[in-house]
Design a protein around this ligand. Structure first.
Ligand SMILES: [Mn+2]
Length: 319
């Protein structure tokens, strides 16, 4: 990995006249918030900025009002692809989907990310697994660029920070210091917490009721650490936005006596994405990697193909 300091990356960004910023597939608040915050900061320095993410999923409803969505965010087809291109919060080029070609075609490609599994894939890699989110790494770049925080930039960063720390449930001390700084810069924390965590369509209630009713608990799994899992089949997925399905794991993982939680989501018939969470003792990275995925120690994921039983059996067999 060609590790680069924030100062070195700020030099490249500050010396460019235009920058392309790429977010990852199934965009979450950290990738979009990081991308928009960096974009807004570079715009104040006079750069031409475009931000995009690969399809097919559309932007989660909660993120559509983030500053910069109107103005900086462009459809993948409309990307110009500037000489300097930055990937934010993507653990590998595959996470950029169809936009990986844009990234690889850049004269200077820059990776900014906090995933443990990221081995670096840019000309310049700023990867810090000790960071709670990519947004705090973007803040370091913004500070290096001497761009003062304003409410818009801070709001984008706050969305990423609040989301990747589970609403600050597992935030490191430094993240609270960053949060205080962002709130001091004008973020409406109450509004964004409600938008990001406490808002669901009414239909979500009955969907969750059905999925949770069929959840399965295997106390003996993983040498007695315990596994709880739920299956969201394709019928249940239809009519539900993907970000709504992402929130199910946060309920399932509250099961006492289950160190590991999994939610199997059938995004297309027989095609699954699997979310994994662990509480303390189990490192999920090797498990997710063995199944072709990746992520963090306590939050990982992967994709699989087959019937619900086959996909469940593959994970249970590995634990
Ligand atoms: Mn992240």
């Amino acid at each position: 990995m060609t590790t680069a300091s924030p100062a070195a990356i700020a030099d490249v960004l500050g010396g460019a006249s235009a920058v392309t910023i790429l977010c990852h597939v199934r965009p979450d608040a950290d990738t979009i918030g990081s991308g928009l915050a960096l974009g807004l900061a570079l715009t104040t320095r006079g750069l031409d900025v475009e931000v995009s993410y690969p399809g097919p999923e559309s932007l989660p409803v909660a993120l559509r009002d983030l500053p910069g969505v109107r103005g900086l965010l462009v459809e993948p087809d409309a990307l110009k692809g500037h000489d300097v291109t930055v990937s934010v919060d993507a653990a590998g080029p595959d996470r950029l989907g169809d936009l990986a070609a844009v990234f690889e075609g850049a004269v200077t490609s820059v990776v900014v990310d906090h995933h443990m599994s990221n081995g670096g894939f840019g000309d310049l890699d700023f990867v810090d697994p000790d960071a709670d989110c990519t947004a705090v790494l973007v803040l370091r770049l913004i500070d290096e660029l001497d761009v003062p925080l304003n409410a818009d930039i801070a709001t984008c960063l706050y969305a990423g920070l609040a989301t990747d720390t589970g609403s600050f449930k597992w935030a490191r001390p430094d993240s609270f210091r960053v949060a205080a700084r962002l709130l001091d810069s004008g973020v409406d924390g109450r509004r964004w917490s409600r938008a990001l965590f406490d808002t669901h369509p009414f239909s979500w209630l009955s969907m969750v009721a059905g999925v949770l009713a069929s959840a399965t608990f295997i106390p003996k799994a993983a040498d007695g650490a315990g596994l709880v899992y739920a299956v969201v089949d394709h019928d249940a997925m239809v009519g539900m936005s993907w970000e709504e399905s992402e929130s199910i794991i946060d309920i399932v993982r509250t099961t006492a006596g289950a160190e590991i939680a999994a939610v199997f989501k059938e995004i297309e018939p027989a095609s699954w994405t699997v979310s994994l969470r662990s509480k303390a003792s189990v490192d999920l990275v090797p498990i997710a990697r063995a199944l072709g995925g990746g992520g963090h120690r306590h939050a990982s994921g992967y994709s699989d193909i087959g019937s619900a039983q086959e996909v469940v059996d593959r994970l249970v067999g590995l634990l």
